[in-house]
Design a protein around this ligand. Structure first.
Ligand code: FEO
Length: 165
């Protein structure tokens, strides 16, 4: 059984993953109407789907352990971006916040000696290492590319094969 504190903390994480999914969905919709960002568009939409999967995993876990996963109300995410670089900066900052939130959940699990939840959370700990790495890599590349159109062309092509799992 999950403690009340843990139920609430996991439900907050459900909200955070849902917000991530919405935020990247909005980035995808924005990218889709920009010229030459086909690869980036698919990347954002795929990333949004992954966040939904992260949310679903939490929902199932909460419900399986005697809690009730609350499907949250969502705020409208940022819809437009001054540049692709800005969108990726926001994505990176967001992922850092998600990592902090996961670490906080791990702290609660350890303090409550809830080893089942601690074990469950390890998947998220590993996932966040990968998500932060990928976001940092995209930011570094865009920093190098600057205003170079051929660089951006290659970035858009290459992002489709960048590992995001
Ligand atoms: Fe599910 Fe990107 O955090």
């Amino acid at each position: 059984m999950l403690s009340q504190t843990m139920k609430e903390a996991l439900n907050k994480q459900v909200l955070m993953e849902a917000q991530s999914s919405q935020a990247y969905l909005a980035m995808g919709s924005w990218a889709e109407i920009q010229p030459g960002l086909k690869g980036v568009t698919q990347f954002f939409f795929r990333h949004s789907d992954e966040e939904r999967m992260h949310m679903l995993k939490l929902i199932h876990y909460i419900n399986e352990r005697g809690g009730f996963a609350v499907v949250p109300k969502l705020e409208q995410p940022t819809l437009t971006f001054v540049s692709l670089k800005k969108a990726f900066e926001i994505l990176f900052e967001h992922e850092v916040k998600v990592s902090e939130s996961i670490n906080n959940l791990v702290d609660i699990a350890l303090s409550e000696k809830d080893y089942a939840t601690h074990n469950f959370l390890q998947w998220y700990v590993n996932e966040q290492i990968e998500e932060e790495r990928l976001a940092r890599e995209c930011n570094d590349k865009l920093e190098l590319i600057g205003e170079d159109k051929s660089g951006l062309y290659l970035f858009d092509r290459d992002i489709m094969t960048m590992d995001s799992e």
